[in-house]
Design a protein around this ligand. Structure first.
Ligand code: PRP
Length: 192
């Protein structure tokens, strides 16, 4: 991959520090583990990996789900589809959804409804990034790493057309003009 035209928004060191703080806060709130952490693939895989390793005493279970959007305009159509479900029951369990970013809130709203219907003992959300300016569906987020402006960010798990997930920093892709939907205007259908 050629060097991307990026500007660092959040450095690896800033992220590392904040993830540790979030872990301390979560541990304080869930003294009576186990806590079922549900990572929403793919974007949250690096945050999930760092968060679980930052816990010092909490019993955690690591679970994974995957979601995809119908069509090409996810944030306007609001249609999301489950592509990988949990393979365990969460009934009666403490559950924390782990997201990389909350944008429109549509993905999270879908997940909260889906998992809430399975009667967990508790259900809450931790997200590394929150873009409140873009919210379409109000969602309650218990743990937020950083609130960020409405810019297209990549790295630390977040992608542009599947690239850049491996960057250690969270960066703004500066050369890409974003459309009203938040998707880079240069995206072709096959890259979405
Ligand atoms: C991202 C992110 C969230 C969702 C948030 O996933 O991981 O799941 O978008 O957007 P919303 O609040 O507007 O619903 P994405 O669809 O980019 O897939 P990925 O995680 O596989 O990259």
């Amino acid at each position: 991959m050629t060097a991307p035209a990026t500007r660092v928004l959040l450095s690896a060191a800033q992220i590392e520090q904040r993830v540790k703080e979030m872990a301390r806060q979560i541990e304080a709130d869930y003294a009576e583990g186990p806590l079922y952490l549900v990572s929403v693939l793919k974007g949250s895989f690096i945050f999930m990996a760092d968060l679980v390793r930052a816990f010092e005493r909490l019993r955690v279970r690591t679970e994974f789900m995957a979601i995809s959007s119908y069509g090409t305009e996810k944030t306007s159509s609001g249609q999301v589809k489950l592509t990988r479900d949990l393979d365990v029951s969460i009934e009666g369990q403490q559950v924390l959804i782990v997201e990389d970013i909350v944008d429109s809130g549509l993905t999270l709203s879908y997940l909260l409804n889906l998992l809430g219907a399975r009667r967990p003992r508790s259900l809450a959300v931790a997200t590394l990034l929150d873009k409140p300016e873009r919210r379409v569906k109000p969602v309650e987020i218990r743990y937020t790493g950083f609130q960020i402006p409405d810019e297209f960010v990549v790295g630390y798990g977040l992608d542009f057309a599947e690239d850049y997930r491996n960057l250690r920093d969270i960066c703004v892709l500066e050369e890409i003009a974003t459309s009203a939907s938040g998707a880079p205007a240069a995206w072709s259908e096959s890259e979405r």
